[in-house]
Design a protein around this ligand. Structure first.
Ligand SMILES: Nc1nc2c(c(=O)[nH]1)N[C@H]1C(S)=C(S)[C@@H](COP(=O)(O)O)O[C@H]1N2
Ligand SMILES: [Mo]
Length: 440
């Protein structure tokens, strides 16, 4: 070989996005170690990009940090009806995640459910039943239905389903990927009541040309510019016609709260949360892929071939992110839990889900993956529900332990130990979740 093998390491193509400066990241909030009460002196202030597996006590946020929380640090949420334990990832627009240990309920209560906005939060509707939804575009009969009419014309269904932000897990990418720095808390599993979107589209009569949906809502653009949408995403008709794709008006048996898109939203399970349009006013059926806010460039898109981390994106070679990857979390004990001296067994609880697929198994390890113990999965109630899981692990002695969880989906794909497949906006990060405990 005469060709010189040049190194690509150290080349930075990443001039088109915010920051590759890993040292700027906050890997530790003092509060996150209060439970362990140690280590402040050994905290790394910067970290090499290759140092992907730093101790979970330092790397991960719960109970209090947002992982790589940006300017806001790990600020607790102060919002009516919401637990203070939620962590604010952004104030304008308001974005807050649920630390893993607050996802310990079978069904995520509204008070603990994460919040993700792209624009402003609209005023709560004075008369929810008068809320109007328009269905137009490639349909035979344009529909204009009030919420009251929707409820009386169609038969409601209730399913417990995971809603997960497309960027969940983003904070674990190195170098930092652009966007809200979610740990694993951009997800929750609630009971959603609504009308199957398929039945409403059937009533409208899809033309042969119907290919794709386009979603519009009442939330103003962050800038206040009325010619811009805060968000407008869409999906192929086949996904829209799935029986679990719902037009939702109730959450956990209560009228859908304003902050979660009430009176009316979509819930499109398994795919990025951005398809689950809040404050839904219009669905336009299109004869081609939608090109609204959040559909183009690298938004909700991943590269067709693996990128050099931090490298420059070739946007032409990206595809739309569809099913979310398999993920499991440990919901008890919380990261940083101190256990009494002599503790030799720890009962673990968690949850696992897998986008469009199902979870085939969950395993846990206390020795960085040298040995694994299979967890017991509770059954799901319906498709797109999460599996709650339990496991008991033994500990040899007092001391510091990291507990890891990994789930495997029904295609045999397992969560990786490190976040891989770097992309500019940090989608698909589903590395194993780890919590640190200290015995004695
Ligand atoms: N109208 C509207 N719908 C929206 C959004 C938005 O900004 N505006 N954000 C989307 C995103 S990115 C996510 S992850 C979910 C979050 O829903 P939640 O705030 O109820 O948890 O709503 C989606 N629906
Ligand atoms: Mo999202």
């Amino acid at each position: 070989m005469t060709q010189e093998n040049k190194s690509f390491i150290g080349e930075s193509g990443a001039d088109d996005w915010e920051s590759t400066d890993v040292s700027r990241r906050t890997f530790l909030s003092t509060a996150s170690l209060v439970g362990i009460g140690a280590a402040a002196a050994t905290v790394p202030t910067s970290l090499s990009v290759s140092g992907a597996l730093i101790p979970s006590a330092l790397a991960q946020g719960a109970p209090a940090s947002g992982g790589a929380a940006q300017s806001s640090g790990s600020q607790p949420l102060d919002y009516p009806g919401k637990e203070k334990g939620l962590v604010v990832l952004g104030e304008r627009p308001l974005v807050a995640e649920t630390p893993e240990h607050l996802l310990d309920d079978e069904t995520t209560p509204i008070s603990k459910f994460f919040i993700r906005n792209n624009g402003q939060i609209p005023e709560a509707a004075a008369d929810p039943d008068a809320w109007k939804l328009t269905v137009d575009g490639e349909v035979n009969n344009r529909l204009e239905l009030t919420l009251a009419e929707l409820k009386s014309r169609f038969q409601p269904r209730t399913y417990r389903m995971v809603l997960e932000c497309g960027g969940n897990g983003r904070s674990f990418f190195q170098p930092q990927a652009r966007g809200n720095q979610w740990t694993n808390g951009g997800a929750g599993c609630a009971e959603w009541t609504g009308i199957p979107l398929a039945e409403v589209l059937q009533a409208a009569g899809l033309k042969d040309t119907a290919k794709y949906t386009a979603h519009y809502g009442a939330d103003p653009h962050l800038s206040g510019d009325t010619t811009k949408e805060a968000l407008s995403r869409g999906m192929p008709i086949a996904k829209a016609m799935e029986p679990h794709s719902l037009i939702v008006y109730a959450m956990n048996g209560e009228p859908l709260p304003n902050i979660h898109g009430g009176p009316l939203r979509l819930v499109i399970p398994g795919w990025p949360g951005s398809l689950s349009h809040k404050w839904l006013t219009r669905i336009t059926i299109r004869d081609r892929e939608h090109d609204g806010q959040g559909m183009t460039g690298t938004s909700y898109r991943v590269p067709n071939k693996p990128m050099v981390p931090g490298g420059k994106a070739d946007e032409k070679d990206f595809r739309i992110l569809e099913s979310m990857p398999v993920r499991s979390i440990i919901t008890a004990p919380a990261n940083g839990t101190k256990l009494p001296a002599g503790t030799r067994e720890v009962a673990l609880r968690g949850a696992a889900w897998a986008g469009d697929l199902t979870v085939s198994r969950v395993d846990v390890s206390t020795d960085a993956g040298q040995t694994w113990t299979q967890a017991t999965l509770a059954p799901t109630r319906n498709r797109y529900d999460w599996n709650r899981w339990t496991a008991t692990v033994g500990l040899q002695s007092d001391g510091y332990y990291e507990i890891w969880t990994r789930a495997t989906d029904s295609n045999g794909r397992m969560q990786p130990p490190v976040t891989h497949d770097w992309n500019p906006q940090g989608y698909g990060g589903n590395a194993m979740h780890r919590v640190a405990v200290l015995v004695g």
